[in-house]
Write a protein that binds this ligand. Structure first.
Ligand SMILES: *[C@@H]1O[C@H](CO)[C@@H](O)[C@H](O)[C@H]1NC(C)=O
Ligand SMILES: *[C@@H]1O[C@H](CO)[C@@H](O)[C@H](O)[C@H]1NC(C)=O
Ligand SMILES: *[C@@H]1O[C@H](CO)[C@@H](O)[C@H](O)[C@H]1NC(C)=O
Length: 303
């Protein structure tokens, strides 16, 4: 029980800390036949695990000198199996809240950072994060906090699956996304045509024919059919707005054909499948950063 309280304290403190400074998505859960595809659940597991580790070290709760991450967490939980179980249950519940967004808000592009809604998504996560902090400070119920954390992390992680950030910057993160007032990058405007046509069949994708279909250094995201923002018609032969490009996205058949989605590791499901691992790494690092952004100023208030 002591550790559950600590975990709640951890969640509350970490959001407070963050404040002071600071499907076609990844699939919700692992896919049995596709073991190299990383899900939101995997990203959360690593992301929350690692940010808990940072939290324990930063607050000198465990002496981590020369110890691997798992040992630090084991020492923290000690022989208290219940608290360890609770820790993992919290991660699962946060993931459940992400799955709800993924299913129930499937038709709205900005939750998934599709359809050139990068700024809208950024501002949405910022406002969610503010409300999370307010709720935490007012001592709200843990379930509401978990819901807000799940909603923030869903869109934050989608950014790396559905935009061309990873195409441009590999597995680095954009620390400002969902946190700062402005984003330090240029974003495609309405008239930009950031993609060129590429094939949509799995065989061509597998042989790399869709590897070089972005033609911009600006940040952009793909349109997906059946969402509230429709893909604009192309104005020039062979180029146009990018599509998301998953199998259920018919916009991938309109110029610019193909897509940039990297939430799965298989060419049958994601045109940029070859960037899946980098997208996973970036989403994981962004999760850790979002949950444990450190600024010296913060501590004072929480203690
Ligand atoms: C932490 O552990 C290391 C290695 O065991 C030890 O040298 C160090 O003195 C410890 N630090 C504290 C603050 O106990
Ligand atoms: C969009 O950006 C391009 C440069 O990439 C610029 O030439 C064009 O004028 C911009 N269009 C609008 C509508 O802002
Ligand atoms: C990718 O396409 C651009 C033109 O759109 C070309 O300049 C570049 O050389 C291509 N790169 C590769 C690796 O094919």
């Amino acid at each position: 029980m002591k550790h559950l309280k600590l975990f709640i304290g951890y969640l509350i403190i970490l959001v407070t800390l963050v404040e002071r400074s600071l499907v076609s998505a990844f699939p919700p859960q692992s896919i049995p036949q596709e073991s190299s595809t990383k899900s939101h659940s995997t990203i959360n597991f690593y992301g929350i695990y690692l940010s808990a580790h940072q939290f324990l070290l930063r607050h000198n709760i465990v002496n981590g000198t020369g110890k691997p991450v798992s040992q630090v967490l084991d020492e923290f939980f000690g022989t208290d199996r219940d608290s360890q179980t609770n820790f993992y249950l919290n991660i699962l519940k946060i993931t459940d809240h992400q799955n709800i967004v993924q299913k129930e808000l499937a038709g709205f592009a900005h939750y998934h950072v599709n359809g050139e809604q990068i700024l809208t998504a950024h501002n949405y996560v910022r406002s969610l994060r503010k409300s999370l902090i307010d709720l935490a400070e007012s001592g709200a119920d843990i379930d509401i906090l978990r819901e807000r954390v799940g909603q923030c992390l869903y869109t934050l992680q989608q950014f790396y699956s559905n935009t061309n950030w990873v195409d441009l910057h590999g597995d680095t993160i954009i620390k400002e996304f969902g946190i700062s007032a402005t984003l330090p990058v240029s974003i495609s405007n309405l008239s930009d045509e950031p993609c060129s046509d590429c094939p949509t069949d799995s065989t061509s994708l597998q042989s790399g024919l869709c590897k070089n279909n972005t033609r911009t250094t600006k940040l952009t995201s793909g349109y997906k059919s059946k969402q509230d923002v429709s893909k604009p018609p192309s104005n020039n032969q062979g180029i146009g707005k990018c599509s998301h490009g998953s199998q259920d996205d018919t916009s991938r058949l309109k110029s610019a054909t193909g897509g940039i989605y990297k939430g799965r590791s298989s060419s049958a499901h994601a045109p940029h499948f070859y960037l899946h691992n980098e997208a996973f790494e970036a989403a994981k690092l962004a999760t850790v950063y979002f949950l444990s952004d450190e600024s010296k100023k913060l501590c004072c208030k929480c203690r």
